[in-house]
Write a protein that binds this ligand. Sequence first.
Ligand code: SAM
Length: 273
Amino acid sequence: MKGKLYVVATPIGNLDDITLRAINVLKNVDIIIAEDTRHSLKLLNHLEISKPLISYHRHNEEEKSDSILEKIENGKNIALISDAGTPVISDPGEIIVKKALERNIEVIPIPGACAIITALMGAGVKTKKFSFYGFLSINKKIRNKELEEIQKNNNTIILYEAPHKILNTLKDLGKYVGERNIVLARELTKLHEEFIRGNIKEIQEKVNNPKGEYVIIIDGTEEKIEEENDLNNLSLEEHYEYYEKQGLEKKEIIKKIAKDRGVSKNEIYQKFI
Ligand code: SAM
Protein backbone atom coordinates (compact mmCIF):
# COMPACT_ATOMS: atom_id res chain seq x y z
CA MET A 1 0.00 0.00 0.00
CA LYS A 2 1.15 3.54 -0.80
CA GLY A 3 2.32 5.73 2.07
CA LYS A 4 1.45 9.38 2.56
CA LEU A 5 3.27 12.69 2.43
CA TYR A 6 2.75 14.77 5.57
CA VAL A 7 3.65 18.47 5.37
CA VAL A 8 4.31 19.39 8.98
CA ALA A 9 4.65 22.88 10.49
CA THR A 10 7.28 23.23 13.23
CA PRO A 11 7.99 26.16 15.61
CA ILE A 12 9.35 29.53 14.41
CA GLY A 13 11.24 30.10 17.65
CA ASN A 14 9.51 28.92 20.79
CA LEU A 15 9.83 25.13 20.83
CA ASP A 16 6.46 24.79 22.58
CA ASP A 17 4.72 26.00 19.42
CA ILE A 18 4.17 22.59 17.89
CA THR A 19 0.84 20.78 17.85
CA LEU A 20 0.15 17.40 19.44
CA ARG A 21 -0.86 16.19 15.99
CA ALA A 22 2.47 17.30 14.49
CA ILE A 23 4.38 15.47 17.25
CA ASN A 24 2.33 12.30 16.69
CA VAL A 25 2.90 12.42 12.95
CA LEU A 26 6.66 12.93 13.38
CA LYS A 27 6.72 10.00 15.84
CA ASN A 28 4.86 7.69 13.47
CA VAL A 29 6.33 8.38 10.02
CA ASP A 30 9.13 6.23 8.63
CA ILE A 31 11.32 9.06 7.35
CA ILE A 32 11.54 12.81 7.90
CA ILE A 33 12.78 15.07 5.11
CA ALA A 34 14.27 18.33 6.31
CA GLU A 35 16.08 21.38 4.88
CA ASP A 36 19.04 21.32 7.24
CA THR A 37 19.12 17.95 8.96
CA ARG A 38 21.50 19.17 11.70
CA HIS A 39 19.18 22.06 12.51
CA SER A 40 16.08 19.82 12.61
CA LEU A 41 17.88 17.29 14.81
CA LYS A 42 17.78 19.86 17.63
CA LEU A 43 13.98 19.98 17.48
CA LEU A 44 13.66 16.21 17.09
CA ASN A 45 16.00 15.59 20.04
CA HIS A 46 13.93 18.03 22.10
CA LEU A 47 10.81 16.01 21.17
CA GLU A 48 12.71 12.73 21.80
CA ILE A 49 12.03 11.57 18.26
CA SER A 50 14.62 9.55 16.40
CA LYS A 51 13.98 8.94 12.69
CA PRO A 52 16.01 8.57 9.51
CA LEU A 53 16.49 12.05 8.04
CA ILE A 54 16.90 12.99 4.39
CA SER A 55 18.17 16.42 3.43
CA TYR A 56 15.84 18.29 1.09
CA HIS A 57 16.48 21.93 0.29
CA ARG A 58 15.85 24.46 -2.46
CA HIS A 59 18.96 23.41 -4.39
CA ASN A 60 18.06 19.71 -4.59
CA GLU A 61 14.24 19.87 -4.49
CA GLU A 62 13.75 18.95 -8.12
CA GLU A 63 16.30 16.14 -8.14
CA LYS A 64 15.39 14.58 -4.75
CA SER A 65 11.59 14.71 -5.10
CA ASP A 66 11.25 11.68 -7.37
CA SER A 67 13.32 9.32 -5.22
CA ILE A 68 11.41 10.42 -2.09
CA LEU A 69 8.06 9.90 -3.82
CA GLU A 70 9.18 6.44 -4.94
CA LYS A 71 9.74 5.55 -1.28
CA ILE A 72 6.17 6.69 -0.53
CA GLU A 73 4.88 4.59 -3.45
CA ASN A 74 6.72 1.66 -1.87
CA GLY A 75 4.76 2.10 1.35
CA LYS A 76 6.80 4.57 3.44
CA ASN A 77 5.09 7.42 5.25
CA ILE A 78 7.20 10.56 4.99
CA ALA A 79 7.02 13.93 6.75
CA LEU A 80 8.38 17.14 5.24
CA ILE A 81 9.53 19.81 7.67
CA SER A 82 11.48 23.02 7.14
CA ASP A 83 14.05 24.74 9.36
CA ALA A 84 11.26 26.69 11.00
CA GLY A 85 7.55 27.29 10.51
CA THR A 86 5.36 26.12 7.69
CA PRO A 87 6.96 24.24 4.78
CA VAL A 88 6.05 25.42 1.26
CA ILE A 89 5.73 29.09 2.42
CA SER A 90 9.02 30.69 1.26
CA ASP A 91 10.47 27.27 2.00
CA PRO A 92 10.92 24.05 0.01
CA GLY A 93 7.87 21.88 -0.60
CA GLU A 94 5.98 23.33 -3.56
CA ILE A 95 7.65 20.94 -6.01
CA ILE A 96 7.27 17.74 -4.01
CA VAL A 97 3.62 18.48 -3.15
CA LYS A 98 2.80 19.10 -6.82
CA LYS A 99 4.64 15.95 -7.94
CA ALA A 100 3.01 13.86 -5.18
CA LEU A 101 -0.45 14.93 -6.33
CA GLU A 102 0.46 14.09 -9.93
CA ARG A 103 1.33 10.57 -8.74
CA ASN A 104 -1.92 10.30 -6.75
CA ILE A 105 -0.09 10.33 -3.45
CA GLU A 106 -2.12 11.71 -0.59
CA VAL A 107 -0.71 14.96 0.84
CA ILE A 108 -1.72 15.76 4.42
CA PRO A 109 -1.00 19.26 5.76
CA ILE A 110 -0.39 19.47 9.51
CA PRO A 111 -0.85 23.16 10.37
CA GLY A 112 1.06 25.11 12.98
CA ALA A 113 3.33 28.12 13.36
CA CYS A 114 3.76 30.39 10.36
CA ALA A 115 5.56 33.74 10.54
CA ILE A 116 2.99 35.49 8.29
CA ILE A 117 0.02 34.65 10.49
CA THR A 118 1.90 35.12 13.77
CA ALA A 119 2.98 38.60 12.65
CA LEU A 120 -0.55 39.53 11.59
CA MET A 121 -1.94 38.31 14.92
CA GLY A 122 0.02 40.93 16.87
CA ALA A 123 0.43 43.73 14.34
CA GLY A 124 -2.90 45.51 14.74
CA VAL A 125 -3.35 46.05 11.00
CA LYS A 126 -6.24 45.44 8.61
CA THR A 127 -6.55 41.71 8.01
CA LYS A 128 -9.63 41.37 5.82
CA LYS A 129 -7.48 41.24 2.70
CA PHE A 130 -3.73 40.71 2.67
CA SER A 131 -1.11 39.95 0.04
CA PHE A 132 2.05 37.99 0.77
CA TYR A 133 5.09 38.72 -1.41
CA GLY A 134 7.62 36.50 0.42
CA PHE A 135 11.18 37.79 -0.08
CA LEU A 136 11.47 40.59 -2.64
CA SER A 137 13.54 39.51 -5.63
CA ILE A 138 17.22 40.42 -5.68
CA ASN A 139 16.98 40.88 -9.45
CA LYS A 140 16.66 44.66 -9.82
CA LYS A 141 14.16 44.61 -12.66
CA ILE A 142 11.85 42.09 -10.99
CA ARG A 143 12.24 43.85 -7.63
CA ASN A 144 11.18 47.20 -9.11
CA LYS A 145 8.15 45.53 -10.68
CA GLU A 146 7.22 44.00 -7.32
CA LEU A 147 7.62 47.37 -5.60
CA GLU A 148 5.42 49.07 -8.20
CA GLU A 149 2.81 46.36 -7.69
CA ILE A 150 2.97 46.87 -3.91
CA GLN A 151 2.46 50.61 -4.39
CA LYS A 152 -0.81 49.98 -6.23
CA ASN A 153 -1.99 47.21 -3.89
CA ASN A 154 -4.50 48.44 -1.29
CA ASN A 155 -4.35 45.20 0.71
CA THR A 156 -2.19 44.76 3.77
CA ILE A 157 1.19 43.64 2.39
CA ILE A 158 3.44 41.09 4.07
CA LEU A 159 7.12 40.57 3.25
CA TYR A 160 9.83 38.34 4.65
CA GLU A 161 13.35 39.71 4.92
CA ALA A 162 16.74 38.64 6.20
CA PRO A 163 18.28 40.92 8.89
CA HIS A 164 21.31 41.91 6.78
CA LYS A 165 19.03 43.11 3.96
CA ILE A 166 16.32 44.84 5.95
CA LEU A 167 17.79 48.36 5.88
CA ASN A 168 18.16 48.22 2.12
CA THR A 169 14.62 46.88 1.69
CA LEU A 170 13.19 49.63 3.94
CA LYS A 171 15.07 52.18 1.83
CA ASP A 172 13.55 50.74 -1.37
CA LEU A 173 10.07 50.59 0.17
CA GLY A 174 10.42 54.25 1.19
CA LYS A 175 9.95 55.31 -2.42
CA TYR A 176 6.72 53.35 -2.82
CA VAL A 177 4.67 53.23 0.38
CA GLY A 178 4.13 56.92 1.15
CA GLU A 179 2.65 57.47 4.61
CA ARG A 180 1.32 53.92 4.98
CA ASN A 181 1.53 52.46 8.43
CA ILE A 182 4.36 49.90 8.75
CA VAL A 183 4.88 47.20 11.37
CA LEU A 184 8.09 45.24 11.72
CA ALA A 185 7.45 42.02 13.61
CA ARG A 186 10.80 40.93 15.00
CA GLU A 187 11.91 37.66 16.66
CA LEU A 188 8.36 36.34 16.89
CA THR A 189 7.69 33.84 19.69
CA LYS A 190 11.27 34.35 20.97
CA LEU A 191 12.71 36.12 24.00
CA HIS A 192 13.22 39.43 22.18
CA GLU A 193 9.90 39.48 20.35
CA GLU A 194 9.07 43.03 19.35
CA PHE A 195 6.62 44.96 17.16
CA ILE A 196 8.07 48.20 15.75
CA ARG A 197 5.45 50.58 14.38
CA GLY A 198 5.39 53.84 12.45
CA ASN A 199 5.56 55.27 8.96
CA ILE A 200 8.56 54.26 6.86
CA LYS A 201 10.66 57.22 8.04
CA GLU A 202 9.95 56.54 11.71
CA ILE A 203 10.71 52.85 11.23
CA GLN A 204 14.04 53.68 9.57
CA GLU A 205 14.96 55.88 12.52
CA LYS A 206 14.09 53.10 14.99
CA VAL A 207 15.98 50.30 13.21
CA ASN A 208 19.65 51.06 12.86
CA ASN A 209 21.33 47.84 13.88
CA PRO A 210 18.95 45.08 12.76
CA LYS A 211 19.32 41.72 14.49
CA GLY A 212 17.15 38.60 14.39
CA GLU A 213 14.32 37.71 12.05
CA TYR A 214 11.80 40.18 10.66
CA VAL A 215 8.42 40.18 8.98
CA ILE A 216 7.55 43.50 7.30
CA ILE A 217 3.88 44.48 7.25
CA ILE A 218 2.51 47.44 5.31
CA ASP A 219 -0.99 48.24 6.50
CA GLY A 220 -3.79 48.14 3.96
CA THR A 221 -5.59 51.19 2.67
CA GLU A 222 -8.66 49.31 1.60
CA GLU A 223 -11.10 50.26 4.36
CA LYS A 224 -10.99 53.87 3.23
CA ILE A 225 -12.19 52.79 -0.20
CA GLU A 226 -14.85 50.59 1.35
CA GLU A 227 -15.96 53.50 3.49
CA GLU A 228 -16.49 55.48 0.33
CA ASN A 229 -18.43 52.60 -1.21
CA ASP A 230 -20.58 52.63 1.90
CA LEU A 231 -21.75 56.12 0.87
CA ASN A 232 -24.49 54.37 -1.03
CA ASN A 233 -25.97 53.24 2.28
CA LEU A 234 -26.45 56.90 3.30
CA SER A 235 -29.62 58.84 2.51
CA LEU A 236 -29.31 61.10 -0.52
CA GLU A 237 -29.13 64.13 1.77
CA GLU A 238 -26.32 62.59 3.85
CA HIS A 239 -24.49 61.60 0.67
CA TYR A 240 -24.80 65.21 -0.53
CA GLU A 241 -23.50 66.56 2.80
CA TYR A 242 -20.49 64.20 2.62
CA TYR A 243 -19.28 65.88 -0.57
CA GLU A 244 -20.45 69.35 0.50
CA LYS A 245 -18.09 69.11 3.50
CA GLN A 246 -15.26 68.48 1.06
CA GLY A 247 -16.02 71.91 -0.44
CA LEU A 248 -17.43 70.67 -3.76
CA GLU A 249 -19.89 72.68 -5.90
CA LYS A 250 -23.48 71.45 -6.37
CA LYS A 251 -22.90 70.38 -9.99
CA GLU A 252 -19.81 68.37 -9.04
CA ILE A 253 -21.61 66.78 -6.06
CA ILE A 254 -24.51 65.61 -8.23
CA LYS A 255 -22.07 64.16 -10.73
CA LYS A 256 -20.23 62.26 -7.97
CA ILE A 257 -23.40 60.94 -6.34
CA ALA A 258 -24.67 59.71 -9.71
CA LYS A 259 -21.36 57.95 -10.32
CA ASP A 260 -21.29 56.35 -6.83
CA ARG A 261 -24.85 55.08 -7.23
CA GLY A 262 -24.56 54.09 -10.87
CA VAL A 263 -27.50 56.24 -11.98
CA SER A 264 -27.85 59.22 -14.32
CA LYS A 265 -26.96 62.75 -13.21
CA ASN A 266 -30.46 63.83 -14.22
CA GLU A 267 -32.07 61.35 -11.82
CA ILE A 268 -30.12 62.79 -8.88
CA TYR A 269 -30.67 66.34 -10.06
CA GLN A 270 -34.47 65.81 -10.14
CA LYS A 271 -34.40 64.61 -6.53
CA PHE A 272 -32.72 67.81 -5.40
CA ILE A 273 -35.11 70.23 -7.14
N1 SAM B 1 8.14 28.95 6.11
C1 SAM B 1 8.39 29.84 7.22
C2 SAM B 1 7.05 30.36 7.73
O1 SAM B 1 6.28 30.87 6.94
O2 SAM B 1 6.81 30.29 8.91
C3 SAM B 1 9.29 31.00 6.81
C4 SAM B 1 10.59 30.60 6.25
S1 SAM B 1 11.49 31.87 5.48
C5 SAM B 1 12.85 31.00 4.81
C6 SAM B 1 12.25 32.69 6.81
C7 SAM B 1 11.72 34.10 6.98
O3 SAM B 1 10.51 34.06 7.73
C8 SAM B 1 12.63 35.00 7.81
O4 SAM B 1 13.61 35.62 6.98
C9 SAM B 1 11.66 36.01 8.39
O5 SAM B 1 11.33 36.99 7.43
C10 SAM B 1 10.44 35.13 8.64
N2 SAM B 1 10.49 34.55 10.01
C11 SAM B 1 10.65 33.27 10.34
N3 SAM B 1 10.64 33.12 11.68
C12 SAM B 1 10.46 34.35 12.20
C13 SAM B 1 10.38 34.87 13.53
N4 SAM B 1 10.48 34.08 14.60
N5 SAM B 1 10.19 36.20 13.69
C14 SAM B 1 10.09 37.01 12.61
N6 SAM B 1 10.18 36.58 11.34
C15 SAM B 1 10.36 35.27 11.14
